[in-house]
Design a protein around this ligand. Structure first.
Ligand code: GDP
Length: 371
């Protein structure tokens, strides 16, 4: 292999054959063929399919890589997952983007009930963003998969760009690739090879530029891995069943105290003490929810985890690791108990005592109710 074959001529990343999701991945067979011109998988796909595959980074690496954005006067488009708001927020976003303007894009609108008005979701988002301590120029609600709201997003970017670079940031699984590929298909000029990969100075990682007009481009940045998202700890099969594909049908449970709900084998919810109340479950429609008595719950979990209570499958249990118990007293107002990347339970049960069990590394959040 000659020296210049070590690096991809498209993006300059060093070739590697280990991880298709990391920069510079190339099929080892291609390296053996001693071709003159070699592109990594990502550049190949960009060049031939105008498609931007995902590259991911841990949040520390991400911070280092994009530290420069804060120094630049840019427009930031932060994509979050409406179904996992807290789980998809980038911690320390303010530090990353400095004083740059932010447009918040809430994706996966199609998963929430149609009956909920977008105005209401927008008000909720603005309240949440305030609680996280940052300001946004605009909030746009979209479904990248269905293409809803993408025109509004492009119009908002046009209004607020004011000649600046536009950086698309988001953590993994929010649907950033889906959104960007839709933008590429709908809004970029038709000629091939317009998308370019530019190496970010001083890093091994590059940003992908998606031209919109002669002098404007969107810049895609690597997805940030938020380690508390459930998705990182399950198999592909389980992930498929866990990520909702369609509008979620809420499942309502009237619970007496000392009753338990198992969300398949992925989480356990105990109603310990309080007045009989309704608990509304928002999870992927295909997940089986099992109701039982609190007294029986330990035994059922032990005997049936990975079997009746699946997903996960039995061979995934080690990877999932031990479950941790979180116990809390619910506030006066209607509250969502959120399991990052899995879904949420809405309860209006002031002072009720409840407990939630999820794998140790998976995040749990309480928030004012969304729906
Ligand atoms: P990325 O990691 O942010 O690039 O996310 P992807 O684009 O790979 O999407 C992650 C998952 O979310 C995939 O299973 C997508 O099919 C799904 N997804 C993306 N956008 C939407 C959307 O608008 N609605 C729904 N229901 N799912 C979506």
């Amino acid at each position: 292999m000659s020296n210049n074959a070590i690096k991809c001529i498209g993006c300059g990343a060093m070739f590697q054959t280990l991880d298709p999701n990391q920069p510079g991945y190339i099929d080892p067979k291609l390296l053996e063929e001693e071709r003159e011109v070699l592109l990594c998988k990502r550049c190949f796909r960009l060049k031939h399919y105008n498609e931007a595959p995902e590259v991911t980074l841990s949040s520390d690496a991400f911070r280092k890589t994009i530290g420069r954005i804060a120094e630049e006067d840019a427009l930031i488009v932060n994509i979050i997952d409406l179904f996992d708001f807290s789980g998809s927020m980038i911690s320390g976003l303010n530090r990353i983007v400095g004083n740059d303007d932010i447009i918040l894009v809430a994706n996966k609108r199609d998963l929430l009930p149609k009956a909920v008005k977008n105005d209401k979701i927008e008000r909720w988002l603005r309240q949440m963003v305030k609680e996280y301590g940052f300001n946004v120029l605009d909030v746009v609600i979209v479904s990248a998969e269905k293409g809803h709201g993408v025109d509004d997003l492009m119009a908002s970017i046009e209004t607020h760009r004011k000649g600046r670079n536009v950086y698309m940031v988001g953590c993994t699984n929010v649907g950033k690739s889906t959104l960007i590929n839709r933008i590429i298909r709908t809004f970029t000029p038709q000629q091939q090879n317009l998308i370019t990969v530019s190496q970010y100075p001083g890093t091994t990682l590059d940003f992908i530029e998606i031209p919109l007009t002669q002098d404007a481009a969107l810049i895609d940045t690597p997805g940030i891995v938020n380690e508390h998202q459930y998705a990182h700890y399950v198999s592909k099969d389980t992930l498929k069943r866990m990520l909702p594909k369609k509008e979620i049908k809420a499942k309502v449970y009237q619970l007496n105290p000392r009753q338990t709900l198992f969300i398949a084998g992925l989480a356990r919810f105990d109603f310990i003490k309080g007045k009989r109340s309704s608990f509304v479950c928002y999870f992927s429609n295909v997940l089986y929810i099992h109701r039982t008595k609190l007294e029986q719950a330990d035994r059922i979990f032990e005997e049936h985890h990975g079997k009746l209570l699946s997903p996960p499958q039995t061979d995934e249990l080690d990877r999932l690791g031990a479950f941790r118990r979180y116990s809390f007293t619910l506030p006066e107002e209607k509250t969502d108990i959120v399991i990052s990347g899995l879904g949420f339970i809405t309860a209006h049960a002031p002072k009720a005592q409840v407990a939630l069990y999820v794998p140790e590394r998976v995040g749990v959040f309480l928030r004012p109710s969304l729906i």
